[in-house]
Ligand binder design. Structure first.
Ligand code: DX5
Length: 216
């Protein structure tokens, strides 16, 4: 049985105090930190660049995931790898050269992951699975924090787990104490959580603890 990893994503953090927020998430038992990178083209929002990965890298030794919700991610992977990203995940919908992009990520010394949007079939992953260590099954349409969990996601996760018994299955979007047990039961092992951690009414530690308690 794989350990369930809790990965706070900084989109919902108080960016004016990002260093403190990351330190608090680390002290509260986060396993990794995720940087939600958005370019205003692949998604209708604009967020963080390699500079923010560099800044977070100075604050923690935990693995940092750079989730590139950007068109043509191949243009940016070197900058994120050099900034200190431990894992770089690209959207399957965003590049015409997914194999070359994944291989380049690994040549740069980072682990390679692929993210798929809610309407994208897991069949699009079949040929790339042997080359990646993580699949991020988006459980919201990417672009914003605080969105509602898509209730059909567990079925998709179950089908992916059947296709890929050994890959890390990450979920991202609307993950909280209610949805977390559903996705873990379906086979997810990595929980990305923004608003349920950084927006928890009792603080970050309570948010992370609620997720861990919910999945047992
Ligand atoms: C894509 C973003 C969000 C974020 C998680 O929209 O990448 O999924 O990480 O946001 P919450 O946990 O607030 O849904």
């Amino acid at each position: 049985m794989r350990k369930i990893e809790v990965v706070p994503s900084i989109l919902s953090a108080d960016v004016a105090r990002l260093g403190d927020q990351v330190r608090e998430a680390v002290a509260s038992g986060a396993d990794r930190i995720q940087i939600d990178v958005m370019d205003g083209h692949f998604v209708p929002n604009l967020t963080f660049g390699p500079l923010v990965v560099e800044a977070v890298r100075k604050v923690t030794d935990l693995p940092i995931e750079a989730h590139l919700m950007v068109e043509r991610p191949e243009l940016f992977i070197e900058a994120f790898a050099k900034a200190g990203a431990s894992l770089i995940e690209v959207q399957v919908e965003a590049t015409a050269s997914l194999y070359r992009t994944v291989e380049t990520i690994k040549e740069l010394g980072a682990a390679a992951g692929v993210a798929i949007n809610p309407a994208t079939s897991i069949e699009t992953l079949r040929e790339i699975l042997p080359y990646i260590s993580l699949v991020n099954v988006m459980t919201v349409e990417p672009g914003f924090g605080g969105q509602k969990f898509i209730v059909h996601s567990p079925d998709k996760i179950r089908r992916l787990r059947a296709m890929a018994p050994d890959v890390e299955i990450e979920v991202d979007g609307g993950i909280d104490a209610q949805s977390a047990p559903l996705v873990v039961k379906a086979g997810a092992t990595v929980l990305v959580a923004g608003s349920s951690v950084f927006g928890h009414k009792n603080g970050i530690k309570a948010g992370i603890s609620a997720l861990r308690t919910a999945v047992g």
